[in-house]
Design a protein around this ligand. Structure first.
Ligand code: HEM
Length: 410
């Protein structure tokens, strides 16, 4: 039962589709006509031996699937919809060791431990260091007069936040930033990085993090790593587990936040009345609307663990189910004028951080803090920032990314 309303061969996870625009009109079509729709992928995909997936497009259904991990597994297939062709087996296996790709009870155990690093108190403890960073990043950009907002401003703070969080010493940061960026970039054909480079960077990052964990396990300090790896009653992470946790942070917390910041800037520059409002009032609702508007993670996927149903549609065991957060965040059943960028939107029950189940974004308050700090610094230091060209979009199966955003800082 493929959906006749979509153009023949249309696939929401096609990087060429997402490189042009997030397919909002196509999502709207499905939300109205067939909210859980079979999308054929007749040629198969590297890493999957099936021939399509179910696209879930309504807010209510995305939420429901997210909260039924016993029916919709994160472990059967990794969460990311489309592997890079030629992706190596080791890399797919490495993905499985990240909590994003685990089910309860393994997931529950790891989540309970790492949660300690993300309590409101732990996030607040990073605030003053990150505010200072944000100020410095923006001040340095101003010196250039004009440039690319993505590389000048959006890239840096998310990496600094993760480094701060796990206590990476200053002199090691350039190294871990380089590995993180290479892992991300290997997906990008323009950079022509090979699978080899991507895997090697991931392995080097894991090895670095394992060393960090081993050092803290031997000599605990008063930092997060020590609290995660030092033996405690509730259990702790092994240094290998910690390595994969850091790998996941470098992926989950880095490019997502970078794209939220870049899209947020682009939204402000194309909605000048919102930028004026922001500079005047700095509404506390701003960061959540930026995440809804941008929806940096277009989708993650699950796999049906047995024959089941979702939103009245029967789903066979083993079938992949794509949870389209980007579609949920434009569902008119939930959002008034979903097409409007409105930084005072309240309430804003968006699913940009996931549908609220066990995998609900661990870093959401950190991400919101980073967004707040960057835009506060931009508003203070670069109030007249202007667009100087059309953004260049990322080619990706699942990320809504901006690669380049030319601006004038004066
Ligand atoms: C999970 C989005 C920032 C760490 C997720 C999920 C989404 C998401 C959609 C999956 C939720 C699900 O499957 O139900 C985002 C967005 C961000 C962001 C849009 C930025 C605007 C961050 C940051 C960190 C982080 C800054 C940490 C430094 C994680 C982790 C998970 C996760 C560890 C996996 C949690 C689990 O499996 O239990 N995020 N994220 N994220 N995110 Fe974020």
């Amino acid at each position: 039962s493929s959906c006749p309303a979509l153009p023949e061969g249309f696939d929401f996870t096609d990087p060429d589709v997402n490189a042009r625009r997030v397919p909002l009109p196509e999502f709207a079509l499905l939300r109205r006509s067939a909210p859980v729709s079979w999308i054929p992928q007749p040629h198969g995909l590297a890493g999957f031996d099936d021939d399509g997936y179910w696209a879930v497009t309504r807010h209510a259904d995305v939420k429901e699937a997210s909260t039924r991990p016993e029916d919709f597994s994160s472990a059967r297939n990794t969460s990311v919809i489309r592997f890079h062709p030629g992706m190596r087996r080791e890399r797919i296996d490495a993905q499985r060791l990240m909590m994003l790709n685990m089910d309860p009870p393994e997931h529950t155990r790891v989540r309970r431990i790492v949660q300690r690093g993300f309590t409101p108190r732990a996030v607040r403890a990073l605030e003053s260091a990150l505010r200072e960073r944000a100020g410095r990043i923006v001040a340095a950009a101003r010196e250039h007069g004009s440039g690319d907002f993505v590389t000048d401003i959006a890239c840096e703070l998310p990496l600094q936040a993760i480094a701060e969080l796990i206590g990476v010493p200053q002199h090691d940061r350039a190294k871990i930033f380089d590995w993180s960026n290479r892992m991300i970039a290997y997906d990008d054909p323009e950079l022509a990085l090979t699978e080899e480079t991507g895997s090697r960077s991931a392995m080097e990052l894991i090895a670095y993090a394992m060393d960090l964990a081993a050092a803290r396990a031997a000599h605990p300090a008063r930092d997060i790593v020590s609290r995660l790896v030092a033996a405690e009653d509730e259990g702790s992470l092994g240094s290998d587990e910690f390595g994969f946790f850091v790998l996941m942070l470098a992926v989950a917390g880095n490019e997502t936040t970078r794209n939220a910041i870049s899209h947020g800037m682009h939204a402000f520059l194309t909605h000048p009345e919102q930028w004026e409002l922001y500079k005047r009032e700095r509404p506390a609702t701003t960061a959540e609307e930026i995440v809804r508007w941008a929806t940096p993670v277009i989708s993650f996927q699950r796999t049906a663990t047995h024959d089941t149903e979702l939103g009245g549609t029967a789903i066979r065991e083993g079938r992949r189910v794509g949870l389209f957060y980007a579609s949920a965040n434009h569902d008119p059943e939930v959002f008034d004028a979903p097409e409007a960028f409105d930084i005072t939107r309240d309430p804003n029950p968006h699913l940009g951080f996931g549908g609220g189940g066990p995998h609900f974004c661990l870093g959401r308050s950190l991400a919101a803090l980073e967004i707040d700090l960057i835009f506060a610094a931009v508003a203070d230091t670069l109030p007249g920032i202007r667009l100087a060209g059309a953004p260049r979009r990322l080619r990706s199966a699942w990320l809504n990314g901006i690669k380049e955003l030319r601006v004038s800082y004066e």
